[in-house]
Structure formats: structure tokens, C-alpha cells
Design a protein around this ligand. Structure first.
Ligand code: BF8
Ligand code: SF4
Length: 655
């Protein structure tokens, strides 16, 4: 850390960086150890104000061109590009990058599935044949009286179209409610294939091509839909088929899951295949034996970020924390190896790992870090890489030389609410389905449904907006569905337990207590946002809540986002018909045509729209107002009033 950084960062109380006590204590320890973390780096580097408003363009070398965010229309770029064109191109490129990340991840999963069904890979197998049949059936593949292998092969080739198809509609368009799909056809935004959409988005946003902000946004919607209903959905469905569909499991979350007397291995990233073989390796008797011979009680495998969230939901693997805490975990001094694959791997991990002599191992050809060791993970020999990571971790354990300080916090909660399980949970084995959810929305016990998702960002107090927003929503009878780092924030705050129902409004509390579920349902990683799309489509199909996704009393939010992937997710929710609020900052200048387009006009076209606020209470107010507007349009606002009166009466009677 440079002297200047020390001067800047020592002024800031770590409690201002995070509400996560364990992370705060690691920031304090890091400072004592002379180690710089992401929080201090953010404090030491003010965000560029022109970039923050997306008012600069560097798409060609006549520029870079900078607009003045205060007087956005008094200047144009050298090529004549207006501020609306510049902002729309920057925004759409974020959508393209985020969509590319999710779809490339999904494609890797599909590739593995292809190898398994073609018999080229015997290290993995189909763990959930029921899900295989359901997914195949949902996109029109004949399943009756057919061999599972044949269905799987058909499914592989059909889903491959999600990526490679150049014309036509991607397969999961068959799951979209008819009226929503009709709108997309009318607007010409039905995705053809993810590769084509991302390619066209990059083409159209290059210098001298698409220079109308509304037309650029149209392709941004199409690209984002190829992610949500394409790449991400393939990733979720194929991962379930290969590794098992999650169902509720009790798991410990927070830095306290790291154990002093164990060989601790953290896996952090996004693709479940690395983590799956890691589970095999840490259970290998000879490796466990080697760990014990080295003086350890055993091997402790822990997840972080999204692949951690996926493994927590699927297998009950403990989770150490979200994005902002990945460096902090290393500061414990007790992490004996960290294996990473792709996405959200901060380069800063490399320096922090070096300070504590923790082997940081990259495993995916797409993601290497200066200062980290690369051990390529090969699906055809998966254990070769993961066993090597375990051996390195045991070696580090035996030679531990840094002071160890592990925060005590571990928060037990229930996770793993897949779409399939929610369906079963609400209706039971015989009448599983979404009808009880719709009924409870119509009668007003549940006011609406919110998806609260996404990252943490060291530019805002870690977890604060997630936790306050969700508390406010459930207090107002809004059922909350969660994924990614947001889910981890709420787990740490203790809201993913059935007991948290007492924090909910009377109606939601009653439903939660009847079913025995938390008011906050964790669905998994960021690609698992596709589970929310499938659930919303089912709500439309079941009936009583309108004909299109835009009719539903639902809203979405990423209160502490930081990634381009979040922008892609936001845009596919908006294009699907959902009002979506983002916190932190929004890369746009207010009172411009492009702003009006995203924040108003998309809704007038029949889609959802964007919202922005830094304040979680304001976010909640905006989302609840939207849910109430939808209830009114559906004519079910009266039902809610009546139920509330009934509840009051009942309470009065009980007193
Ligand atoms: O895909 S929530 S910080 S870990 S981007 Fe990253 Fe954001 Fe976390 Fe996963 Ni999603
Ligand atoms: Fe400037 Fe236009 Fe080039 Fe952008 S594309 S850098 S606005 S000249």
C-alpha cells in the first residue's frame, strides 16, 4: 500500500464500509497487516464523474469525446454523435458484455452435457432425469415412450440453437406467455441466437452505425433476452440436469464457516463443474488422510460468490460471503487455497493472497491472473486439477506462518428454492402448482413478488441496501425471491429462516407460517434469475393475474450492483415486462431523451421500465407503488383492502 493510500484510507471507519461485522473485522486486521482491500481502494479512488454519467465515448480514435453532464446538449462528438447516442451505445455494450458472460458460461455447461450424452465424458452423468424430461417437454421435444438417452440428445441439439442459430426464435421462447411473445414479435426483439445478437449489438454500437438511441435500445433488449431466456436459462436447466435440482437445505453462511483446525479451501466463481469435482476430491480418503497426517482435523470446502451460492443451494456447502468479502476471507490467514474459475474474480485477490501465502489458483483458460498459478481444469480429467488444489492446500496448512483470526459469525438459514420446489412446496405432491401463490396474491395476503438480486459494490456500504430493502418489502407483504450476492447478504442478516416470518406483514407471515417457508426465498446464483422468469411465466399461465408478464404485480431490484452482467439482467427483466430498480449509480444523464426512453417510454411500449435510487427505503416505496398500480389494473386492489380489514377484525377478536 502506498503512503498516500494509507493516509486516505485510515481516515475511514471500516464500519462505514459494511454492515457485515465479520468483514469489518477483517478490514481492521488487513490494515494492521498493511494489506489493501477493495474497500480501501474504492475510498482512495474517486469515480470519474464523466464516466459515471456515461458521457464519454471512446469507440473510435477521432476521440475520446467527452460531453458535459451538466449541459449535455451543448456539444457533440467529433463524428457528430449526440449524448443520447453515446449513452445508448455505452449502455448497450454493457448489455452485450454481460449477456456474453452468462451465455458463454451456459454454453460451457451445454458443451459438458453434450459430451455426457454422446458418451464422450463418463466423469459426469445425468443426476436429475425428471428435470431432463420436463425441460425437453417444455420446448416441444417428444418424450412419451422414448429412451432417456434419445431425449437427452435431442435436447442437446435443440438447446445448441440458443447460441448458434442465425434466424428464427430460440427454443425457450416456447415458455414465454403468448401475449408477451406477441409483443416481442411486434417490436422485433425476439432473440434469434445469442451469438448473433451479441455480434450485432457490438456491430451496431461501433462508430458510424446505429445512431438512434431507441433503435440501439431495441437491439439491447433483444441481446438481453437472448441471455435471460437463452444463455442463463440453459445454464440453470443443464446444471440441474447434470448436478441435481436444488431443494431446501440448511446451510451456514459467513466468514465463521472457515475453521482454524481444518485445511480450508475456498472455491469462488461461477461454473459448477469445478466445484462438483472439488467435492469429490475433498472427500477422497487418501487426501483426507494426508490432511490429518499434516495435523488438520480434515478438509473444509467452502464457497464464495455465485458458484458458492449454487453449491450451497444444491449440496448444502457452507458459504463464506459475497463479492465484497472475497479478499477479506484471505485476511483470516486460515485459507489454505483459493480456486477460481470465471467472473467477479478481482485481480486484487492476487496481491492479498500473496500477503498471506495462500495459493491462488486459476483453473479456466478464459481467466488468468498475474501472480496466480494456473492449473487448467479439464472436464475429461476433472480430478487432476482439483486434487492438485487439495495437495497445495495441505502443503500450505502444514507451513502456516501467519497469525490466524477468524470471525465467529455463522448464520444458519434455508436455501435452495428452485422453481420446481416452490411449485411442490405451495401445492404438495398431489396438487403441486402455483395456484396457491396466485390465490394468495389475488386475496391480498401476498401483495406481490419482488426479485432482489445482484452484487455488492465497495462504493456503497456492503449489504446495507439489500437488507433494509428486503426488510421493508416483506414488512409490506411482498414475497422476496433472491439470487447471487444479494441472497448471501440476507442470509448473513438472518432472514433466510422460517422464523424470519415474524418480520413480515400479517398476510405474508400467515402464508409463510402455513407453508413453513422463509419470507425470503434464495434461488441460487445469478444465472438462476432465469428461475424467476420461469416462475413468473407460470404465474401468468395459472391465471387470474393478467395475460402477460407485464401485468403481474412484481418488481425487481439490484440495490448494490457493480457488474455489466447486472445491466444485462436488468434489461432482460425490463424487456420481459418488469419494473426494475437499480441502486448505487445509473450510467446515464437525467433529463435526456435516452433517460426518458429507459425510465418511461419502454413501459409505454408494453415492456417494463427502469428505476433508480440510492436509498433502500425509496427503492421499496417505488417497487410497492408499482405493485399496487398493477393490482389496481388487475382489479384486485379491493381484495387486499378487504383482507386487511379481516385481519384487523381477527386481531381485535383475539385481543
Ligand atoms: O454473477 S451477484 S458480484 S458473483 S455479478 Fe458477481 Fe454480482 Fe456477485 Fe455472480 Ni452476479
Ligand atoms: Fe468521438 Fe464519435 Fe469517435 Fe465516439 S465515435 S469517439 S463520439 S468521434
Amino acid at each position: 500500500m502506498s503512503k498516500k493510500d494509507k493516509d486516505v484510507t485510515n481516515l475511514i471507519d471500516p464500519n462505514d464500509f459494511s454492515i457485515c461485522k465479520s468483514t469489518v473485522s477483517m478490514i481492521e486486521k488487513a490494515r494492521k497487516d498493511g494489506v489493501l482491500l477493495n474497500f480501501d481502494r474504492a475510498a482512495g479512488m474517486k469515480a470519474c464523474p464523466i464516466g459515471a454519467d456515461s458521457a464519454c465515448c471512446k469507440h473510435c480514435f477521432m476521440g475520446p469525446c467527452r460531453m458535459n453532464p451538466k449541459t449535455p446538449y451543448d456539444r457533440v462528438g467529433v463524428c457528430g454523435a449526440s449524448v443520447d447516442t453515446i449513452m445508448a451505445r455505452n449502455f448497450s455494450r454493457a448489455v452485450a458484455a454481460g449477456s456474453a458472460a452468462h451465455t458463454d458460461h451456459g454454453m460451457a455447461m451445454l458443451e459438458l452435457f453434450g459430451d455426457v450424452v454422446k458418451g464422450r465424458n463418463t466423469d459426469y452423468s445425468i443426476k436429475d432425469p425428471d428435470k431432463l424430461v420436463d425441460v425437453a417437454e417444455s420446448i416441444g421435444i417428444e418424450v412419451k415412450d422414448r429412451d432417456l438417452g434419445e431425449i437427452a440428445l435431442d435436447l442437446y441439439y435443440e438447446l445448441e440453437r440458443t447460441y448458434t442459430q442465425v434466424d428464427g426464435e430460440i427454443p425457450f421462447m416456447k415458455r414465454v406467455p403468448e401475449k408477451t411473445l406477441e409483443l416481442w414479435r411486434k417490436l422485433d426483439i425476439v432473440p434469434r441466437g445469442a451469438m448473433r445478437e451479441v455480434m450485432e449489438m457490438m456491430h451496431r454500437s461501433t462508430m458510424g452505425v446505429d445512431q438512434h438511441y431507441a433503435n440501439i435500445t431495441k437491439q439491447a433488449s433483444r441481446t438481453a433476452l437472448s441471455d435471460g431466456w437463452g444463455g442463463s436459462m440453459v445454464s440453470t436447466e443443464i446444471s440441474d440436469i447434470l448436478f441435481g435440482t436444488p431443494s431446501p437445505v440448511q446451510v451456514g453462511v459467513n466468514l465463521g464457516v472457515i475453521k482454524e483446525n481444518m485445511v480450508n479451501i475456498i472455491i469462488h466463481g461461477h461454473e459448477p463443474n469445478l466445484f462438483e469435482s472439488m467435492i469429490v476430491s475433498v472427500n477422497d480418503p487418501s487426501l483426507v488422510d494426508a490432511a490429518k497426517k499434516g495435523g488438520a482435523g480434515g478438509i473444509n470446502l467452502v464457497g464464495m460468490c455465485c458458484s458458492g451460492a449454487e453449491m450451497m443451494s444444491r449440496h448444502g456447502i457452507p458459504h463464506a460471503g459475497n463479492f465484497s468479502s472475497t479478499e477479506a476471507a484471505l485476511v483470516t490467514g486460515a485459507v489454505d487455497a483459493m480456486g477460481v474459475d470465471i467472473q467477479c474474480i478481482k485481480q486484487g485477490l492476487s496481491d492479498v493472497a500473496a500477503c498471506y501465502d495462500t495459493p491462488l489458483i486459476t483453473t479456466n483458460t478464459r481467466c488468468q491472473l498475474e501472480g496466480a498459478e494456473h492449473i487448467q481444469f479439464d472436464e475429461h480429467e476433472p480430478l487432476k486439477c482439483t486434487e492438485e488444489i487439495v495437495i497445495k492446500a495441505i502443503g500450505r496448512f502444514k507451513n502456516r506462518k501467519h497469525r490466524i483470526e477468524i470471525p465467529k459469525e455463522v448464520n444458519q438459514g434455508v436455501h435452495g428454492f428452485s422453481y420446481e420446489y416452490i411449485k411442490y412446496m405451495l401445492g404438495g405432491t398431489f396438487r403441486g402448482g402455483f395456484a396457491p401463490l396466485n390465490d394468495n396474491i389475488i386475496n391480498g395476503r401476498i401483495r406481490g413478488v419482488a426479485g432482489v438480486v445482484g452484487c455488492t459494490n465497495p462504493r456503497v456500504k456492503q449489504d446495507y441496501a439489500h437488507v433494509e430493502l428486503v426488510k421493508e418489502l416483506i414488512k409490506n407483504d411482498v414475497l422476496v425471491l433472491q439470487t447471487g450476492c444479494s441472497q448471501i447478504a440476507l442470509a448473513k442478516a438472518g432472514l433466510t429462516t422460517p422464523e424470519a416470518a415474524h418480520l413480515a406483514g400479517h398476510g405474508l407471515r400467515e402464508v409463510c407460517e402455513t407453508v413453513g417457508m422463509p419470507p425470503v426465498l434464495g434461488l441460487g446464483s445469478c444465472v438462476d434469475n432465469s428461475r424467476i422468469l420461469v416462475a413468473a411465466s407460470e404465474m401468468v399461465r395459472v391465471g387470474g393475474l393478467g395475460d402477460s408478464l407485464a401485468d403481474l404485480p412484481v418488481a425487481g431490484c439490484a440495490p448494490e450492483f457493480m457488474s455489466e452482467k447486472a445491466i444485462a439482467i436488468g434489461q432482460y427483466f425490463v424487456a420481459s415486462g418488469v419494473f426494475t430498480v437499480f441502486g448505487v449509480t445509473f450510467p446515464i444523464i437525467k433529463e435526456t431523451k435516452f433517460y426518458k426512453h429507459l425510465f418511461e417510454e419502454l413501459e409505454e411500449l408494453g415492456m417494463g421500465k427502469w428505476g433508480h435510487s440510492k436509498d433502500p427505503f425509496e427503492m421499496a416505496r417505488m417497487m410497492i407503488a408499482h405493485i399496487d398500480k398493477k393490482r389496481q389494473q388487475l382489479g384486485i386492489d379491493k381484495a387486499r383492502d378487504r383482507v386487511l380489514m379481516d385481519m384487523e377484525t381477527r386481531r381485535a377478536l383475539n385481543e
